[in-house]
Design a binder for this molecule. Structure first.
Ligand SMILES: Cc1cc2nc3c(=O)[nH]c(=O)nc-3n(C[C@H](O)[C@H](O)[C@H](O)COP(=O)(O)OP(=O)(O)OC[C@H]3O[C@@H](n4cnc5c(N)ncnc54)[C@H](O)[C@@H]3O)c2cc1C
Ligand SMILES: *[C@@H]1O[C@H](CO)[C@@H](O)[C@H](O)[C@H]1NC(C)=O
Ligand SMILES: *[C@@H]1O[C@H](CO)[C@@H](O)[C@H](O)[C@H]1NC(C)=O
Ligand SMILES: *[C@@H]1O[C@H](CO)[C@@H](O)[C@H](O)[C@H]1NC(C)=O
Ligand SMILES: *[C@@H]1O[C@H](CO)[C@@H](O)[C@H](O)[C@H]1NC(C)=O
Ligand SMILES: *[C@@H]1O[C@H](CO)[C@@H](O)[C@H](O)[C@H]1NC(C)=O
Ligand SMILES: *[C@@H]1O[C@H](CO)[C@@H](O)[C@H](O)[C@H]1NC(C)=O
Length: 423
């Protein structure tokens, strides 16, 4: 059931926003009349919840779901409007009004994008943010074990809506290692989750980590929903549906995949490198299990059999040391360079949820981003194949069919093959 829900959500994320929220009988779109300003277009089409830069509600609405504060700084280009559609009809009209006003469209669901792609544009292209916060319904159909989530729903709203499954081989263990050390010591922490009762967890731990000498009393048995609260670092189930869970952070992140075990000797070299670093961390997340049983071309996500774990690299800083940002990002990039010998190659894989614009960008120059066969090939070689491997080609073909004019684009969106207006 969880898998079905995730699949529905993924479908929704991959679909173009106008059709994503997706009902069958939508009213006809407004006439393709060109408006100079988006405000009059929205008003005359009955879209009432939006905010312009001159309005006092603009900054709070824009900043509400910015999680990476690097992209909240004054130097970052701001949208011409923040629009919050209240219905699929509003959503459709918002898209058409933005196009009519020659604004690029940035669709925002949770605002968690590591590179701020849901509320920024490249090359100072004017844009509007269409924020889906009010499209957050979740519908569960137990009969077909399917859940439909509108993409503005928080994960908490999704989790609340379905009953957690409990499958025998669901054992998860991630490793977290902070960088930087004052005395040459690094601490590592392990976070585990077993979808099953305590005694199942105990028997697995007894066999794999007998040196820990764990007692059953040291494990906590909670509902799946409560475990989600723990993983998110929240304090209560009610926090799961809160859209503003604490402050954002200034951070830069990158990712890798490991396919061959790293020797103890090499691990020591890596830890030594990390101990001289600025505040940051790496997190290792295990693959395998059910993930590895799905073919690498069965869905867009290719990192399946043969992948041992992913690495997430991070550095962060505070408002008080904004001037150290470049230095910290620079260190992260060198560390990433140092790691190249230990991780997946040809191509070096990356996790699409941990967007990293260092890998390359589309660099669109206007609202609908001109595209060419050359830019598609460049995207494939720089970031497309790292996130999607050979599935990138199929995504490009799907994009060419579904959005040939590239209405929905961003710095790392799937580019369509050349669209020729004459045909
Ligand atoms: C604190 C934190 C913890 C995280 N933990 C994890 C984790 O444990 N595991 C993991 O895999 N990832 C994790 N991530 C990464 C997260 O999964 C991704 O950033 C994901 O894209 C967030 O979705 P969003 O809707 O919040 O992002 P947004 O920033 O709203 O959108 C991301 C991208 O999708 C586009 N988009 C949004 N909605 C739509 C739509 N309806 N149709 C088409 N395009 C759309 C946006 O324009 C943007 O390009 C974490 C991120 C943060 C900030
Ligand atoms: C617009 O939507 C936001 C987000 O849900 C909400 O806080 C705000 O009250 C709405 N404004 C209007 C005028 O409806
Ligand atoms: C590292 O930690 C251990 C255990 O806490 C401690 O005994 C040791 O002195 C520390 N090493 C340094 C260099 O401080
Ligand atoms: C785990 O190992 C301990 C010590 O050998 C033993 O007492 C305990 O019964 C084991 N628990 C399970 C669930 O296997
Ligand atoms: C940010 O500031 C807090 C409080 O001063 C401190 O504990 C934390 O380590 C700082 N974080 C970074 C990344 O410098
Ligand atoms: C957008 O930019 C591309 C080049 O990046 C150009 O080919 C295309 O004509 C431009 N489109 C518009 C509508 O200006
Ligand atoms: C671009 O590639 C597509 C598919 O490979 C091909 O049909 C088209 O003719 C190419 N266009 C140009 C201008 O090369």
């Amino acid at each position: 059931m969880a898998a079905a829900a995730a699949a529905a959500l993924a479908l929704c994320l991959f679909a173009a926003a106008a059709t994503c929220a997706g009902a069958q009988s939508l009213p006809p779109p407004p006439p393709p009349k060109a408006y100079d300003d988006i405000s009059s277009c929205l008003l005359s089409n009955g879209v009432s919840n939006f905010s312009l830069p001159s309005s006092p509600s603009y900054t709070p609405l824009l900043d509400a779901s910015i999680r990476n504060l690097r992209f909240e700084l004054p130097g970052v280009g701001k949208p011409a409007a923040v629009i919050l559609p209240a219905s699929k009809r509003d959503l459709r009209r918002a898209v058409l009004c933005a196009r009519g006003a020659s604004l690029a469209i940035r669709v925002r669901s949770g605002g968690h994008s590591y590179e701020g792609l849901s509320y920024t544009t490249e090359n100072h292209v004017p844009f509007a943010v269409i924020d889906l916060a009010n499209l957050n319904r979740v519908r569960v159909d137990p009969g077909s074990a399917t859940a439909w989530a509108e993409s503005g729903a928080t994960l908490g709203e999704v989790y609340r809506a379905y009953v957690g499954p409990s499958l025998p081989d669901e054992f998860y263990l991630s490793t977290y290692i902070p960088t930087g050390s004052s005395n040459g010591n690094l601490s590592m922490s392990f976070t585990g989750q077993v979808l099953g009762p305590k005694h199942l967890a105990m028997s697995v731990l007894n066999q794999t980590f007998p040196e820990l000498g764990l007692a059953e009393s040291e494990l906590s048995e909670v509902s799946w929903l409560e475990s989600a609260v723990k993983f998110a670092g929240l304090s209560s189930v009610a926090d799961l549906t809160n859209r503003q869970p604490g402050a954002g952070e200034y951070a830069k992140r990158k990712s890798d995949y490991v396919q061959a075990p790293i020797s103890t000797q090499d691990t020591i070299k890596i830890l030594r490198y990390m101990s001289s670093g600025p505040p940051g961390s790496i997190q290792l997340d295990p693959y395998g299990g059910a993930m590895a049983r799905i073919g690498s071309t069965a869905t867009p996500f290719p990192h399946r059999a043969g992948y041992l774990y992913s690495i997430q690299y991070a550095v962060s800083w505070n408002a008080s040391d904004l001037d150290r940002a470049e230095e910290r990002i620079g260190w992260l990039r060198s560390f990433y360079g140092f790691m190249s010998r230990y991780v997946s190659k040809h191509p070096r894989g990356a996790y699409v949820n941990y967007l990293d614009l260092d890998l390359g960008t589309n660099d669109w120059a206007n609202a609908t981003g001109g595209t060419s066969n050359e830019s598609v090939a460049r995207a494939a070689a720089s970031w497309g194949e790292r996130y999607f491997f050979t599935n990138f080609d199929r995504l490009v073909r799907a994009k060419t069919k579904a959005d040939p004019e590239n209405v929905f684009n961003n710095a790392q969106s799937i580019p369509p093959l050349r669209y020729d207006r004459e045909h």
